[in-house]
Ligand binder design. Sequence first.
Ligand code: RIB
Length: 319
Amino acid sequence: MAKKLLLLDVDAGVDDAQAIMMALAAPNVQILGITCTHGNTEIDNVCKNVLRVLKVCKRTEIPVYRGAASALLGDQLTASQYHGQDGLGDVPDPNAPELEHIHAEHAVNAMIRIATEHAGQVSLVATGPQTNVALALKMDPTFPSKLKHLYIMGGNMEGRGNVSVCSEFNFAADPEAAYVVLNHFTCPIYITTWEYCLRHALPWEFFKEWLHQGTKKACFMKKITAHSETFAKAKQGRKELYFGPGFVPCDSFAMAAAIDESVVTDYIQYGVSVELQGSLTRGMMVMDTLNHLKKQNRAIILTKCDVEKFKLLMMSALK
Ligand code: RIB
């Protein structure tokens, strides 16, 4: 069976790290490159964090590229309250790889080059703000036609927010970029929304089993997730569903769909866009359930996941 060719655009981030490790462990997947974007933490931390993940997985041959350091309009939103200041739980590794291992080619140029070299065969999995993805379209308008699929973790289907009343972090961090991508990408777009993640939150008992597999990867994950576990449980204790009612590995839900489509057991399909002006709703994903926008490319919005299959992919990530 030919391997699935993936390009990952991440803002690592603890759950980005989990998703990268899931993809690295998937025998049917080949990662052609990892591009970094601003988001959960500032761009150099994202680059360092990706290098750390590749080191612990002994996959440092995978090229990593530095991308956008801020949103299209220049704003910078981070999620350090959940991911830690450094984006990986604030447990620094004195032997972490240096930034010199980041390739000199800009992430957006690398995305375009890789998609061109493998036209129609590469799926892009974007688990951070859409800034690099939007820039790739602006620099090469044929970029979307070169992709097989685009998998996005971001947005919402019922107006549920996590970093604001109505917006999910990745879309809130660069609403204009999300708008450009959802309105101009012509390839199939699979969207893992915030509500999809909340709906499939895993029990903390599974989280504990997942971390206690006795491997170096599990030990690494236990260290980097301690901060976000404390944060999430504190929020749940105050009945604030900031990160859901259990363990919510958002980016892994999107990655699982890219690795094995059978993990997704139901979906809806609508034209989508992003609100840019609303004082309460800026960054909110809009689903055109009435087809008023008459969009040609209707996004595939995941609604149901085979949780047992998902758990197996999660466990494999740390073996
Ligand atoms: O809203 C969830 C998203 O924002 C995930 O990509 C996670 O990394 C957080 O930063």
